[in-house]
Write a protein that binds this ligand. Sequence first.
Ligand code: C2E
Ligand code: CA
Ligand code: CA
Length: 655
Amino acid sequence: MSLMIPDYVVDLRRGIESDEIVPYFQPLLELRTGQLIGFEVLSRWKHPLRGMVPPDEFIRMAEDAGLIGQLMEKVLLHAFSTMRRLPEYLRLSINVSAIQLRDRTLRRQVCLAAEQAGFSLKRLTVEITESALVGNIEHARTITEELKALGVRIAIDDFGTGYSSLRHLHALPFDEIKVDRTFVQTMLSRRESRKIVAAIIGLGQSLGLTTVAEGVEGEAQADMLLWMGCDLGQGYLYGRPVSDKRLERFVLEQKKATRREVGRPPNSEDATFQMDALPSQRLSQLQAIYDGAPVGLCFLDRNERYVSVNKRLAEMNNAPIVSHLGRTVAEMIPEFYVFLGPYIKRAMNGEAFSGLVFRAARADGVVQVRSTSYQPTRDEAGEVVGVSVAVVDITERESAEVALRESEIHHRYAVELSPQVPWTADAQGQIIEASPQWTVLTGLGRDESMGMAWTKAVYPEDLVGARERWTHSIKTGELLDVEYRVRTTEGKLHWMRARAAPRRDDSGQIIRWYGTLEDIDDYKRAKEELREAVARLHGVFDAVPVGIVIAEAPSGRIVMGNPQAEAILRHRILETPDVTSHEEWVMFHLDGSRVATEDYPLVRAVVRGEASGAEEFLYLCGDGVKRRVSLTAAPILGQEGEIIGGVVTIQEGKD
Ligand code: C2E
Ligand code: CA
Ligand code: CA
């Protein structure tokens, strides 16, 4: 009798030996402060033919084939070495499987890898699932006690999904309890899940364990978990698992984000403002993404003239953007205006419409079906100043339903909200210039705002603190970051945040202070709008019948991919590395020759700012089959015309 070794075992062994199995890292945050505290290691198989293979598909296989030890060794060494490059306070969690809990070599393996990588085991948490404990308690106890003696923390994973959980909790010396993601994900919609989550958190608290919620995908869940007293959160809201390469950047960005948090004093070594993620700026980035998205957008003034038009709409109207500006809808698309006119007039009177479907033949004879939405836009006084329009070309759409859903989007949020009031002060802290917005806000005249006169608008209770902080900054040169209330023209109190940084001359003397004042009430509102905008954006992307992938420039990091793209390419998109460096986005020309990475449409868009029309390729899909796809890419440009990203749409080609 001959022993047959199945193909997949041979493949897996080869994969392990050639370092195709790598750790990805998913962040864990403290819910109360939003601070990053560490990462969980989740293994990924970067398969040369199958693309990214998820752990559910190979961990079990490795266990069955007796390869789990070897796999673990590689992953641990890699993960520990990565962590050594990150700040000491960041922790690492790893998963061990049932088989490993029976295996007395686990302890030695962990020790060896830690020693080799110079990683302190005090930073390590080992996660054990409930199901791994079943029928295995005695062994598990010995092993966990050995690990604990080394300073390792032990977590019980997927809590609530196994059997006789309470007995397990009692039997082993756990430090942490992780609420399974299935409960967290449904806790907003299902009362039972909510109760289970609350009960597990309560249980953890009464046993003195750190409680962790996994699968946190939205702010509402995070708020509820915080309110229930949960300590840590993990989930897509805070970050998907990322590769070691992107980890360091993630940690840096995270630091910035936490520092920006309201009420947190800035770090004095930080010499410039970190304003890149202010809502108004993020909104304009979003708008840029909209320019690249397959939705036509424009803004009409009260006279039904185009004030702004995005590229997509210009294409639909078969005319360049500039020839729209200043002209009326009736002039530009008379064939549609016959139907649309009355709705535009009603929108100017304050009514909103979504998903109006019309069919017409364009001047060049092309028949188009369009789904159009109108959203009146108002000024501060509530007067309608114009109408925002979103148009989807549904000519080739089979399902009118999808179109209706898509056309729900409005782009009110694309309108700039700028809550910033810039100001300048001299070295003594006397204001020498402030934006007119200060006058609009406070009703104080220009002269009343110079020097130290700004204090007149500050709410008396906050004045002493604000002045002290300002004086301190002027003396020490430290960045200013202070919050206080001002009384607005309408007599309302608004919370404001003032920040300033000094500008020095060549000898290091401070010569100016550059500051901004920000209405935090507005900030909060803008943040809320941004969240809605992002949700809608996701809505559109998930509903369109083409694949869409968006990458950031210049890194090529994938920031968005819709389910259709994953369905066509048959691999996960967000978890694949940068498109510019990724060896697994493999494509061929129709003649069979390989496409060089720099010639991928998305790479051309991101790197060179090139747009490309529908080009056909053979794409090596995640399942190893080459399929014909049609790719259309465009760069995403920022306000100054700089390339901030690229978008590619993917359609299945006809074979
Ligand atoms: P787990 O320990 O429960 O890991 C969390 C899983 O949830 C991960 O899936 C992660 O990508 C996913 N996840 C995280 N946040 C969210 C979220 O907000 N929403 C949703 N829907 N999912 C989220 P992944 O990476 O596919 O891992 C699956 C399981 O494979 C893990 O479950 C873990 O038990 C196991 N595993 C992964 N790596 C290893 C390993 O190196 N060794 C062992 N023994 N098991 C591993
Ligand atoms: Ca886990
Ligand atoms: Ca889990």
